[in-house]
Each structure stands twice: as structure tokens, then as C-alpha cells.
Design a protein around this ligand. Structure first.
Ligand code: ADP
Ligand code: MG
Length: 214
């Protein structure tokens, strides 16, 4: 038995179902994180968004990865609302850019998803690395995925998830300069950014799915 080095369409869809369930189950953790430095709605928003994604994914099959990612992004955008609806919706919609004709999810697809998704998030939200947002977890993950784009998917995802985790941990040392935590000033120190935690968790749930025996 071995972990998966790439996924076909049904398994890719299953991986996003696994990710969505994980995010729904992370509601309380994300609520606590946003209560510490924001308004406390991040867990509720993400759980509502990924509940809607679950419904969408269970409602039909997708022919390409691009189609699937666009559906995930649109669903998040319309169901979460607020800053994070736009940000996480844009991550998946923007990440779909070059994946319209792909039907195998491998390390190269992961890297196109994360690199194009990061670019789209930066254009839309204008956050730079060091602003204490999800960009601080997403950017190191995207760079690592590009480095490992020719590796087996399970290997790439393990390293990419670790890069995101370190980026998320790093947000504890940053004073927020954007979003709701901005008004806290130094009081945001010591707390990780909630959106960075979500970004790490999404990758962790993908990693977990791919690491299972095929
Ligand atoms: P809100 O800020 O509207 O209450 P949430 O609490 O759901 O929305 O999400 C907050 C998260 O969204 C932050 O932790 C941050 O990671 C992310 N975020 C907010 N604004 C931006 C932005 N301009 N660019 C990137 N990420 C952002
Ligand atoms: Mg909030």
C-alpha cells in the first residue's frame, strides 16, 4: 500500500470533500482564533462556505480540475461574504486559471493552483507578505510547491503543508497592518492570523487525504 503520487478526477473531488469536511469541523478553532484578534466570525464564515461547497460537490461530477476549482471558488465567494469570502473565493477561482483542461491532480497542478491563486489574492486584496494575513501562509506554500512541481504529489503536499504551517506560525510575530486586527496594534502580537490558520488547514486536509493508502 502506498500514498498517492497523483489523483484522477473522482479522487480529486473526494479530496475536496475531505478538505470541506475538515474545514467545517475546524469552526470552533477558527472562531477562537478570530476572537483573539478580529471580530470572531471567521469560523462561522468558513464553516458556512465549506458546507455549501460540500453540497455543490455532492451534487454532481466535474470533468476538469478547472471546472471543480471554479465551482469551489464561486461557492465560497457567494456563501461566506465579507473579506474572507472574496479572499478564499479568489484563491480557488484564480487558481483555476491554467487548469481548465487538466483531469489529473499532481504536484504540477498543485503548484499552478497555489501560484496563480496567490497572484489573484494579492491583486484583489492588496495584502503584501508581512501584513499578517493568509498571504503569509500561502506565499511560502506556493513557492515550495513550485520548487517541488516535479515530485510525487504526496511528497510535495507534505513539504508544502509544512511551509504553510511555518508561515502561519510566523504571523504570531507580526503586528497587523490590514483588516480588522489593524486597530489592535501591538495586541495582535502572539496570536496567529485566522486566515493563515485556514490556509494551513486546507493544505493539511489535502495532505491527509493524499497520504492515505491508495
Ligand atoms: P472579516 O475580516 O471580514 O471579519 P474573516 O474574519 O472571515 O473576515 O477573515 C479574516 C481573514 O481574512 C484574515 O485573518 C486574513 O487572513 C484574511 N484577509 C482579510 N483581508 C485580506 C486581504 N486584503 N488579503 C488577504 N487576506 C485577507
Ligand atoms: Mg472576522
Amino acid at each position: 500500500m502506498m500514498a498517492r503520487s497523483q489523483l484522477g478526477m473522482p479522487e480529486t473531488q473526494e479530496m475536496f470533500v475531505h478538505l470541506s469536511k475538515g474545514m467545517v469541523e475546524s469552526k470552533d478553532l477558527l472562531t477562537q482564533a478570530d476572537k483573539a484578534i478580529g471580530d470572531g466570525d471567521h469560523g462561522v464564515g468558513m464553516a458556512r462556505g465549506f458546507e455549501a461547497v460540500l453540497q455543490k460537490l455532492q451534487g454532481g461530477d466535474f470533468a476538469t480540475i478547472g471546472e471543480l476549482l471554479k465551482a469551489v471558488g464561486m461557492t465560497l465567494m457567494t456563501s461566506i461574504g465579507g473579506a474572507s469570502g472574496a479572499v478564499f473565493g479568489t484563491l480557488f477561482r484564480g487558481g483555476a486559471k491554467q487548469l481548465g483542461d487538466r483531469s489529473i491532480f499532481d504536484a504540477e497542478v498543485l503548484s499552478l493552483l497555489l501560484v496563480d491563486g496567490l497572484d489573484a489574492v494579492k491583486v484583489r486584496g492588496k495584502a503584501k507578505p508581512g501584513d499578517k494575513t493568509m498571504v503569509d501562509a500561502l506565499e511560502p506554500a506556493a513557492f515550495k510547491s513550485h520548487e517541488l512541481r516535479s515530485a510525487p504529489l504526496d511528497e510535495s503536499l507534505a513539504a508544502v503543508t509544512e511551509a504553510a504551517r511555518q508561515g502561519m506560525e510566523g504571523t504570531k510575530e507580526i503586528v497587523a497592518t490590514i483588516g480588522k486586527a489593524k486597530t489592535l496594534g501591538d495586541r495582535s502580537l502572539g496570536h496567529p492570523d485566522p486566515g493563515a490558520i485556514s490556509t494551513y488547514l486546507m493544505l493539511e486536509f489535502m495532505r491527509e487525504y493524499v497520504a492515505r493508502d491508495a
